[in-house]
Write a protein that binds this ligand. Structure first.
Ligand code: ANZ
Ligand code: ZN
Length: 888
């Protein structure tokens, strides 16, 4: 063993050994060495990265957590799999191509090879034989195959979709490319266009997706489950009609004279003072034909983005149509309004306005002077029309007033009574509606899976025959930002109709990249399978994923689509389980300080924290911050997510180079529990490195004590000194805690426990005792094993150098240490040592000792002596089995 720890040497040589031994190659037939029983599989998987260029700290954190989990499980005897792949299709590659004039393919493959190298340097236990890449035809062929199957089954259908159209660049924009209603590149006012696209019927699975959230995802964070539940948004209510006699140009009643609305609060029907329709409602379309003002209003509403989120935050505007509809219970005339707060594609695109008790309606009515009517009451609360109070919408303690025959009813009684009445008039019925929409999978982009469709002038849209798959995406095109370059690529466009053999045109839309990420984790189990989407045996061996790890930003769409896709594959008999991920861990964000300065022209410039110096006051509070280069002032923004835009990212590569992968890993693991945010700290990195140095040094200094002959002998640990007994007691107490923490993924406290353990070992003075070697060998072997999942290189090297593999085998598969219950059965007890009433120390003493002996031990203890500092002891008070107070 070398005297000094060199992370470069250690990491390079251990990584080489693992590479040569193919240490992370997984198989489905992994029998334990020691018995014939097959090992239990454990599949832990990180959300696959987008190959953006180089790893960022968020990646490093994600994969380190994954790696720690996998290595730990492997030592417990599980047959583990940790794969990796690339979410290699998507827009950033196109944007990079526009900027630097290289093809998205080249850009992507270069990034992949760099990031893969970085992952290897991190010492991740990835089985690279399972690697998949979304832009590889070997992979996306099966997106296409599955598309055809879904089309056959009627799960995929074609309809028009509204898209953002940039009239200058003549291209469709993604929502994130629309900034303040303008195209990101051209600055042109974005228009809405209707074009055809393919949809997947996820709504047909809404009920099951919801059911499984409630019953079959016990290993998921509650927060993610609620987000998914809200997204699916099951809503039960009453759909009913207000009658009217509004007629179109041809004197025909519009919609048969019925304005249908959907409400979840039928109990409030007597509070209706107006109705509101969406500006896209057929009635609104008619009104804008006959009324100029309405026409202008509708046009104004149409501008801007198409997303629901944007609509919800927009200022609520309305216009009175001048028409009325009839209230179904009291026959009163009700004003009809148009507003941008009603969504056309939810419910009926029309609502009943109850301004007395719905907050949105309340503000709308106040803005436009529409009457407000109180119809529900809560005892002892007084209603004031001037401002909104939350109890106005109360459903638990309220009862109806001013509601005729429904007066005095509580909410649920009234909902039932109103519903029955409406039904008896044949004006409506109970209805369940969903927020979830079918999944639009067509993208008017180049860098994605080509949709396997051929357009024939005679036969229409014809699916590409299965045996002609894959439809290969040309890799040499360079998008210019003015539309999909496939549209100009004759080689790609030109084809023959599979039905009639006429010259035809290939579809140029590609698939949403969420398709790629909806099933890649299954493909990991058989990435080379070329006659099927997945190898049935292998997928049924490995799936479901035992632990899925990734960012909370994917809590909704990616995870919902992956769950849906799994159910589709099940219904095609490809797999036989319902849910893809048993457990889910969403790791927290990585944060760093951020500094900025407002420049003369008003722009904000952010500075890399590396280049900024903090000036502290006596209490350690920052008083000013300056640029190191020229001492000029910059402002401190606070701690925030590491990001390019704030210039506060820390490049993992520089940390690996300077401090080593193990330091980076242990810092990240130690800094906070996986689910919580992690604050970057340079001192933290230094501290982590110091600890690894200490570990190395301790092991180096004890190499001559290593006693591999006796370590496995039965009954070796008797006749120990008290101190050695205490040490073993501490070792096993810590091991017990560590086991518990590993199981609940509380890895940060595994690190603090390891630090504590090393301290105990360092403080043990029984070097001359004849059992010291055995006890210290045992302690070292346990410490190295509990640290191995976190810092695999240094521990692997030491393990090897101390020849511990000759007793326990290779550290990768070394058996996890068993708890020696005897070591925990201490005939000793922990006593608190106070000096002048202040807690100064804790000490373990034998329960057999009398008080004189205990006093004697305590006043001679190194730590206590430090506090006594040579002063005379006036009195010693001893409370047996508890406490000793020394008065000086
Ligand atoms: C009157 C009312 C009073 C309502 C009240 C709610 C609360 P959830 O639960 O999310 O499904 N609504 C119906 N269709 C709408 C549309 N297309 N655009 C905007 N809002 C619409 O919401 C259902 C409620 O949202 C419905 O019940 C309706 O307003 C409104 F105190 O009717 B409610
Ligand atoms: Zn044809």
């Amino acid at each position: 063993m070398k005297e000094n720890y060199s992370h470069q040497e250690v990491e390079a040589s251990t990584q080489k050994i693992w590479e040569e031994n193919k240490s992370y190659l997984s198989t489905e037939n992994n029998y334990s060495k020691f018995n014939i029983k097959q090992k239990t599989k454990f599949f832990a998987c990180s959300m696959l990265p987008y190959p953006s260029g180089k790893l960022h700290m968020g990646h490093v954190r994600n994969y380190t957590i994954n790696d720690v989990m996998t290595r730990y499980k492997r030592m417990l005897g599980f047959n583990v799999l940790m794969p990796m792949g690339w979410d290699a299709f998507g827009m950033p590659a196109e944007n990079a191509a526009i900027k630097s004039n290289i093809s998205p393919a080249k850009w992507t493959y270069d990034n992949i090879s760099y990031m893969k190298k970085q992952m290897k340097q991190l010492g991740l236990s990835i089985d690279w034989s399972k690697e998949i890449c979304a832009c590889d035809p070997k992979y996306y062929k099966w997106n296409q195959w599955f598309f055809l199957k879904m089309l056959e089954k009627g799960i995929i259908y074609r309809k028009t979709q509204v898209v953002n159209w940039d009239p200058i660049d003549k291209t469709v924009l993604a929502n994130e490319q629309v900034i303040d209603g303008k195209g990101w590149r051209s600055g042109a006012l974005v228009e809405k266009r209707e074009i055809p696209g393919y949809y997947l019927k996820i709504t047909e699975y809404a009920e099951e997706l919801l059911y499984d959230i409630k019953h079959n995802l016990k290993g998921w964070p509650q927060k993610v489950l609620s987000m998914q539940e809200n997204w699916i948004g099951k809503s039960q209510g009453l759909c009913f009609a207000f009658l009217h006699n509004i007629q179109n140009e041809n004197n025909e009643l519009i919609n048969d004279g019925k304005l249908f609305v959907f409400t979840t609060r039928a109990d409030m029907i007597m509070g209706v003072t107006f109705c509101v329709i969406s500006y896209e409602h057929p009635l609104a379309t008619f009104f804008s034909k006959i009324n100029k003002e309405i026409k202008l209003f509708v046009q104004e509403c149409k501008l801007g983005s198409t997303t629901e989120a944007n609509l919800l935050t927009k200022e609520k505007k309305g216009i009175n149509t001048g028409f009325t509809v009839i209230h179904p219970i009291n026959q009163e005339k009700i004003e009809l309004w148009i507003s941008n707060y009603v969504l056309m594609n939810y419910g009926n695109g029309a609502v009943m306005g109850v301004p007395g008790h719905d907050e949105r309606d309340f503000h709308f009515a106040k803005k436009y002077n529409i009457p407000i009517k109180q119809i529900i009451n809560v005892n002892n609360k007084s209603y004031n029309i001037d401002y909104w109070q939350d109890w106005y919408a109360d459903q638990n303690y309220s009862f109806l007033i001013n509601s005729g025959e429904f007066n005095g009813m509580n909410s649920s009684e009234a909902i039932k009574a109103v519903t029955d009445k409406i039904k008896s008039f044949s004006l409506g019925d109970e209805k369940t509606i969903w927020r979830l929409r079918d999944w639009s999978i067509s993208r008017q982009r180049y860098w994605g899976t080509p949709i396997p469709i051929i357009h024939c002038s005679v036969c229409g849209e014809v699916p590409v025959p299965e045996n002609n798959l894959p439809v290969i995406l040309p890799e040499n095109l360079i998008p210019k930002g003015t539309g999909n370059p496939l549209n100009d690529c004759d080689e790609f466009l030109h084809c023959y109709c599979p039905k009639c053999d006429r010259v035809a045109r290939r579809e140029t839309d590609t698939m949403d990249t969420f398709v790629d990420s909806s099933w890649y984790f299954m493909r990991y189990t058989s990435p080379d399978c070329n006659n099927a989407m997945i190898d049935k045996d292998k997928v049924s061996y490995w799936m479901p994923v035992d632990h899925y790890i990734g960012g909370i930003e994917h809590a909704i769409l990616h995870l919902l689509y992956a769950r849906f896709w799994t159910k589709l594959m099940r219904d095609l008999n490809l797999i036989n389980f319902d849910e893809p991920f048993k457990n889910l861990l969403c790791q927290g964000m990585v944060l760093n300080h951020a500094y900025y300065r407002k420049n003369h022209n008003g722009s904000i410039e952010y500075f890399d924290p590396k280049n900024v110096e903090n000036i502290y006051d006596k209490n350690g509070e920052i008083i000013s911050t300056k640029l190191k280069s020229d001492g000029s002032d910059v402002k401190y923004l606070g701690i925030t997510t590491m990001s390019k835009s704030k210039n506060n990212g820390v490049d993992p590569q520089s940390i690996i180079n300077e401090w080593g992968a193990d330091t980076a890993r242990i810092f990240i693991i130690f800094a906070s529990p996986p689910e919580q945010t992690l604050e970057w700290s340079d001192q933290g990195i230094e501290g982590a490195h110091k600890f690894l140095n200490k570990l190395w040094k301790f092991c180096y200094n004890h190499k001559s004590f290593i006693d591999i002959k006796n370590i496995n002998k039965k009954n070796i640990f008797y006749n120990l000194s008290d101190e050695l007994k205490f040490l073993r007691y501490e070792v096993y107490k810590i091991l017990k805690q560590v086991n518990y923490d590993y199981e609940r993924q509380q890895y940060n406290t595994v690190v603090s426990s390891s630090m504590k353990l090393l301290k105990f070992m360092e403080n043990c003075n029984s070097i001359s005792h004849d059992k010291y070697s055995t006890v210290i060998t045992e302690s070292i072997s346990i410490l190295l094993r509990i640290l191995f999942p976190i810092v695999p290189h240094i521990t692997y090297q030491i393990w090897h150098d101390l020849h511990l593999n000759t007793v326990f085998g290779d550290l990768l598969d070394a058996p996890w240490p068993h708890i020696d219950e005897d070591a925990l059965l201490l005939d000793q007890i922990e006593m608190i040592v106070q000096i002048n009433g202040k807690l100064r120390h804790k000490i373990l003493v034998s329960t057999n000792y009398d008080s004189d002996k205990i006093k004697n031990i305590i006043i001679n203890d190194k730590n206590v002596l430090k506090f006594l500092n040579g002063k005379d002891i006036k009195k010693i008070i001893l409370i047996p089995n508890k406490l000793i107070n020394i008065v000086i």
